[in-house]
Design a protein around this ligand. Structure first.
Ligand code: UDP
Length: 385
């Protein structure tokens, strides 16, 4: 009999996500591959998710992402309500072999608290592990709860108690990596692209400032907080400034956005997003944080577009300087590197993605980890005996 896994994608966005959505994209990439490998998947998500699974469970009909932006005391019940539904299912059933959890902090804490009799848990850490020091610094999931990182660099920053639960890292994958090495080349434009949430860690302000100075066309694509495009943001008025990413946009990024050299086009999705990435001279990551997993980085390689980035977080694991992109410790060099990216072999970027970042590679690695998580308590019990 194959494994039955409860895949907990959480209550924030549908799977696959309608546009932006790093974790939901990972789940949407992983589940079909696991099912091909014989795993039965019970998807815990929201009612509007369309991803095929063997079974589903949801507490909320739709994604609660917009609520995530509200003050903590108004929103703290959302993830708990979702987890409440997950735990109820786990208590009612005895055929769940493992929970693969993706819900930040609340998923880990709740599932760890279920105690030794409950199903084994693999919790994927998608975040900057400098967050939640109180939880990560004191975590005790016994032998039953294990965590995995999405890069080696991310795990290296984890507090000791969290690292004690770790069983390595799994790099992110993208469906775009399948057959990436066989895709016909596209006509490349003259612009650089920053694709992602507009937020201080992603450094859109730095990118926009440097692009203006060097007169390099730059496209900023992605939402600002819950606002998908300039019209939505404008319609929200001054109240939107309660959101820190909105304040970052107005105070730090917008002054460099002239609508000609530097443009913000809002959130993009599907074929529009892929075309935008595929035609970019380079994707740019002027990071101000230790990027944990870099979905947009592997997507860029899969579409044959070299990556230009500050050498932070997972970037040196994903990008080989000179071969699939250009990395620097000095952000002032980024504009020159965008120009130099024209020399990077785009076919080599696509080959790298086809080799390392396919859904199948990711799913096989997770399956390996599931087996290890399931074996772990037995191993400990045998040792104790
Ligand atoms: N994304 C998108 N449209 C946008 C901005 C981002 O589809 O306008 C996607 C992007 O392609 C990637 C994900 O959202 O799949 C962002 O994941 P990443 O790991 O790069 O960033 P984070 O999870 O830190 O926001």
């Amino acid at each position: 009999m194959g494994l039955t896994v409860l895949m907990n994608a959480g209550p924030w966005l549908a799977v696959p996500p309608p546009g932006y959505g790093g974790i939901e994209n990972v789940v949407a990439t992983l589940v079909p591959e696991l099912r091909k490998l014989g795993v039965r998947v019970l998807l815990a998500s929201v009612g509007s998710s369309t991803l095929a699974a063997d079974e589903r469970l949801s507490v909320f009909p739709d994604g609660q992402f917009e609520n995530l932006q509200r003050p903590y005391n108004q929103v703290c019940g959302v993830a708990q309500a979702h987890l409440h539904g997950v735990v109820r299912t786990l208590r009612e059933r005895d055929d769940i072999d493992l929970v693969h959890d993706h819900v930040e902090a609340v998923g880990l804490a709740t599932l760890a608290a279920l105690g030794p009799g409950a199903a084994p848990v693999l919790h994927t850490l998608h975040w900057d592990l400098g967050k939640h020091p109180d939880l990560y610094g004191t975590l005790d999931g016994g032998d039953r709860v294990r965590v995995n990182a999405v890069s080696a660099a991310q795990l290296a920053r984890a507090p000791r108690a969290l690292r004690a639960h770790a069983i390595g890292h799994v790099h992110l994958a993208t469906p775009l990596a399948v057959g990436a090495d066989r895709r016909a080349p596209v006509e490349v434009g003259d612009y650089a692209l920053i694709l992602g949430r507009i937020t201080p860690g992603k450094g859109q302000d730095t990118g926009a400032r440097l692009a203006r100075r060097a007169n390099i066309p730059l496209v900023l694509a992605g939402p600002v907080g819950p606002y998908r495009d300039p019209a939505e943001l404008a319609a929200a008025g001054a109240a939107a400034r309660q959101n820190p990413d909105v304040r970052f946009w107005y105070d730090e990024v917008a002054p460099h956005v002239d609508g000609v050299t530097v443009r913000w086009i809002g959130q993009v999705a599907g074929a529009e997003r892929d075309g935008l990435v595929a035609r970019a001279r380079a994707t740019l990551f002027p990071l101000r944080w230790e990027e944990p997993g870099g979905t947009a980085v592997v997507e860029s390689l899969a579409l044959g577009t070299p990556v230009v980035a500050t050498r932070r977080g997972c970037l040196p694991e994903l990008i080989e300087h000179g071969r699939t992109g250009l990395l620097t410790d000095d952000e002032d060099e980024l504009a020159d590197l965008v120009v130099a990216a024209g020399l990077v072999d785009r076919a080599e970027c696509a080959r790298e993605a086809a080799r390392r970042f396919t859904p199948e590679v990711m799913a096989r690695r997770y399956l390996e980890l599931y087996e290890r998580v399931r074996r772990q308590p037995v191993a400990v019990a045998v040792l104790a005996a």
